[in-house]
Write a protein that binds this ligand. Structure first.
Ligand code: GLY
Length: 357
């Protein structure tokens, strides 16, 4: 078992990573009790795949547990689902001595974390991420929230979990598309923070795609370590944490212009390749390095070009209204070498248009 720590003083928490951890969660919670009783929140798909395992694991450890579900998909990530779940918690008599377990991908983690933050003005919660994206990114760092018709993640708060349990064995049950979503974020960490890790990814591409257990565990642990260091330095995204948005500003515009038919990971991969061209144009990054990043993305089966049929004008509008834009000016995370980036809004319209290809 690999154990890491997110060092946030009184909000510090461990991340445990192990193949097969799902069936040991009961024992682990017995060793580090967080609550009297736990309510697992999962979507219908994940509940069917893994809900039984986790319930059984807690029951074997004599820990009272219930399971609540909601329909899978981003469409559930709204206030109506939160209200429905909150009412179910109240009907079950859940109080501040109890805790929630977010069992699932990013949507479940975001909904459950937000629900935990506001139910009875805050109860504890634990993250049990079951997608690669959630394991390497969204389960760590305390971003929680839901979408509203005006935009994604517009309602939410920072609320840290008490513990993150990562079972890398569950990745074998993931559809390939889901794995790709996570791999784009994995490459991101190498480019923004750690060139050695980037080279490790290049050298181990096949083992990663084959989900070789020791390599996958090492990759997940490494990403979580980087995420933890970034969040420790800037929990509320005032500065450094913004580097995690590398490729995301353009990627979100690609996602939105495609009407969300291009999945998040693919859009982020396209976004990373596109901002690299801005870096090269600004003479911040060598063209050879941009090509190496492109090669590793493509090696993982990720796209790197903006599809010709996407409306460039619409993408530009999305960039302006991105919730992280200031006065209609988006900021970009630009690599200056592999393992190091800068954050800037000094990118003119011509360069953005050129990056669209
Ligand atoms: N996923 C980006 C962040 O947690 O800040």
């Amino acid at each position: 078992m690999k154990q890491l720590q997110v060092g946030l003083e009184e909000r510090a928490y461990p991340i445990l990573i192990k193949e097969g951890l799902l069936s040991e969660i009961g024992q682990e919670l017995k060793l580090r009790p967080i609550a009297k009783r736990y309510i697992i929140i999962a979507d219908d798909n994940v509940a069917e795949l893994f809900g039984g395992h986790v319930v059984e694991s807690l029951r074997n450890a004599d820990i009272p547990v219930d399971l609540l579900t909601f329909p899978h998909g981003e469409a559930s990530k709204n206030m109506a689902t939160v209200e429905k779940l909150a009412r179910s918690l109240a009907q079950l008599g859940v109080d501040r001595q109890d805790a929630l377990i977010a069992l699932g991908g990013g949507v479940t983690g975001d909904i459950t974390g937000f629900l935990a933050a506001i139910y009875m003005r805050g109860i504890s919660f634990v993250q049990v991420p079951t997608s690669l994206l959630a394991q390497v990114d969204s389960s760590v760092g305390g971003k929680t929230g839901v979408d509203i018709p005006e935009g994604k993640n517009l309602v939410g708060c920072f609320y840290q979990p008490k513990c993150v349990f990562i079972d890398t064995a569950v990745l074998k049950d993931l559809p390939r598309e889901e794995l790709l979503n996570g791999l784009a974020e994995v490459v991101k960490y190498g480019v923004i923070y750690d060139s050695d890790f980037f080279h490790f990814l290049v050298a181990n591409q096949k083992s990663i795609l084959d989900l070789e257990p020791t390599v996958v565990e090492a990759v997940v642990a490494h990403c979580c370590t980087i995420k933890a260091r970034v969040v420790e330095a800037d929990e509320r995204e005032a500065d450094l944490r913004r580097i995690l948005n590398y490729g995301h500003t353009l990627g979100h515009a690609v996602e939105a212009a495609s009407n969300f038919t291009i999945a998040h990971g693919k859009a982020i991969s396209i976004g990373m390749a596109a901002v690299n061209t801005i870096s090269v144009k600004k003479s911040l990054l060598g063209a050879d390095k941009a090509q190496r990043i492109k090669d590793v993305l493509q090696g993982f089966g990720l796209p790197t070009d903006i599809p010709m049929d996407l409306d460039r004008g619409q993408m530009k509008e999305f960039l302006k209204t991105d919730k992280k834009s200031v006065n209609g000016k988006p900021f970009f995370v630009l690599p200056i070498q592999i393992g190091k980036v800068i954050i800037t809004d000094d990118v003119d319209d011509v360069m953005i248009e050129e990056a669209f290809g």
